[in-house]
Design a protein around this ligand. Structure first.
Ligand SMILES: *Cc1c(COP(=O)(O)O)cnc(C)c1O
Length: 237
């Protein structure tokens, strides 16, 4: 595959991010771009890296492990897909930030594993704001408060914010409602539990400008940078 288009795509995405930030009266440097390289080979990561991108995200731990092993070591890797507890150790050994923690038992496990290596794992809690049954994530405000309260006792994890995914087919007003709900929930949970929830991970290729207007601090963008993904995940070369 040819990834010569990646540099121009990245420039375009960064331009659109700064426009959206300006429109919302926000500081551009408060918004980070996570380049979602899932299903694309290490050459795609290299092309984006050569164009200056340093933050990459994957949704599967195995693919993350394989790709990070052959990529430049100044890359910051994030996990954005569902984390099974038996993959937690591998994820902890690689990830700067896990966006997709969604239960107290998973947090406890991450904390135990991280503590063993002297690490404090930064995590976000994934919220299912839209109520779609097919989605992972914490489904209720009370559930979130409970998990945040429990996390305070866990020395090996630091919860730093919330993450959500909007439905693909949602219209603009629905997207706005979902993203603003996550921001309002974050404000409320921060105030109630004292956990400093600075990060809001929301917005993908189709909806990141709306997410930025509604307060996103990390946008996760794949196809606008790397191109259309194959319908089925490709195996690693
Ligand atoms: C794949 C993925 C993205 C990026 O999706 P694009 O539409 O390609 O930008 C963002 N977030 C999560 C959780 C993903 O799995």
């Amino acid at each position: 595959m040819d990834f010569s288009h990646v540099k121009a795509n990245l420039e375009e995405v960064n331009l659109r991010i700064s426009h959206a930030a300006r429109k919302a009266g926000r500081t551009v440097s408060d918004i980070r771009l996570a380049a979602v390289s899932k299903t694309f080979p290490p050459d795609a990561v290299l092309a984006a890296h050569a164009a200056g991108q340093r933050l990459f995200a994957e949704n599967k731990v195995q693919e993350l492990a394989e790709k990070s092993a052959v990529s430049p070591n100044d890359i910051e890797w994030h996990l954005i897909g569902h984390l099974q507890s038996n993959k937690a150790a591998k994820a902890v050994s690689i990830c700067a930030l896990v966006h997709s923690a969604d239960s107290e038992s998973l947090l406890a496990r991450i904390s135990r594993i991280a503590s063993e290596t002297g690490k404090v794992q930064r995590v976000l809690l994934e919220m299912n704001v839209s109520g779609e049954e097919s989605k992972f994530g914490i489904g209720s405000e009370d559930g979130l408060f409970r998990i945040l309260d429990a996390s305070i006792q866990l020395k090996g994890v630091q919860v730093e914010g919330l993450m959500t995914m909007a439905p693909f087919a949602a219209c603009e007003s629905e997207l706005r409602r979902i993203f603003s709900s996550l921001r309002i929930l974050r404000d409320k949970a921060w105030e109630k539990t004292g956990v400093q929830l600075k990060e809001l991970s929301m917005g993908m290729s189709g909806d990141f400008e709306i997410a930025i207007e509604e307060g996103a601090s990390i946008v996760r963008i794949g196809s606008l940078i790397f191109g259309k993904r194959a319908a089925k995940p490709q195996t690693m070369p």
